[in-house]
Write a protein that binds this ligand. Sequence first.
Ligand SMILES: C[S@@+](CC[C@H](N)C(=O)[O-])C[C@H]1O[C@@H](n2cnc3c(N)ncnc32)[C@H](O)[C@@H]1O
Length: 343
Amino acid sequence: MLKCLEFFSGVGGWHLALTKAGLKFEILQAFDINENANQVYEYNFGIKPSKKIIDRLTVNELEKLAANTWLMSPCCQPFTLNGTRLDDKDNRSKPLLNLIDILATISSPPGFIALENVPLFEGSNCCNKLKTTLKSRGYLIKEYIVSPKDIGNPNDRKRYFLVALNSDSELLHQDFLPQRIDRLPMKCPEMMKLREIERLPMKCPEMMKLREFLDVDVEYEYFLTLPDVSKLKNFRHDVVSPESSNCSTFTSSYEARHLKGSGSILQTKNFGFEFDRTNPDHLIHIGVRLFTPNEIMKIHGYPPEFKFPKQISIKQMYRLLGNGLHISCVSEVLRHAVMEKES
Ligand SMILES: C[S@@+](CC[C@H](N)C(=O)[O-])C[C@H]1O[C@@H](n2cnc3c(N)ncnc32)[C@H](O)[C@@H]1O
């Protein structure tokens, strides 16, 4: 059984991905400072995350929790192009750096560690420090750059994953973990390749279309108005249609409606019309709207039973989902990392 600490837990992406991957696990404790995220977490899983700031956790506290698995998706802003790219000098890296320090000294390190971040995390000082510490403590490391598109999901959300297994850990001898991890490639750039290795039954070899994820009777509030589309001089949203097999990454700024690069918008009518995406009148003519939070959840692979509590506003939902994980993608990485046995 994976006995997990879920750091930077948000709305519980790792929790959902473990479930989707079919692994046996228990969350011993989740940690997040965001009150809205914690309410969503508790509402769905009946576990109240700790609001303790991760920068201040101590070796002693984590030793007492006696987890064999650490899951984490630290803040990506220190590594993104839109952020400052201050890497380990950014205050938002402090919680991760603290976890790395704890890992260096904790008496019984967790057998299994998984981390998700943006692709630019790879090769950063934080990443290198983590890998150096993991190696010094006897971990075998696997790294992936994977996008949902690699598993047939029509969403471009490329992410970096690091999965580390401690060769001293008793977890290695259990049923659900690989016996010969050293034979796996250290870096697999594409999921299709991983799939061949793992030989898991796959449902979706072909790219799905967005129409499979759309709601019916979407409310007026999600449709963009002329003031919305006229707000920026160079309005160049990525416009997709229900027949598209791709949409761009939904970020936490998507709710702002007019930010270029924050996520695709959807054409809903006049499909034959050849529009100019910089022309506001054209965009109104083709009935552009935001993807609803429910649609984003479906695209990101959240299970239908996952719900937001009533007090969480639409804006907050977009922010939380934009910061969150692509559950289908993460579960594939987990399945590959822990279930590959015989190749
Ligand atoms: C990238 S999001 C993780 C999202 C999460 N994996 C999910 O599925 O929703 C990073 C999270 O870390 C939390 N966070 C940032 N700094 C923190 C700190 N110092 N201590 C605890 N939580 C922190 C944020 O509130 C945010 O929810």
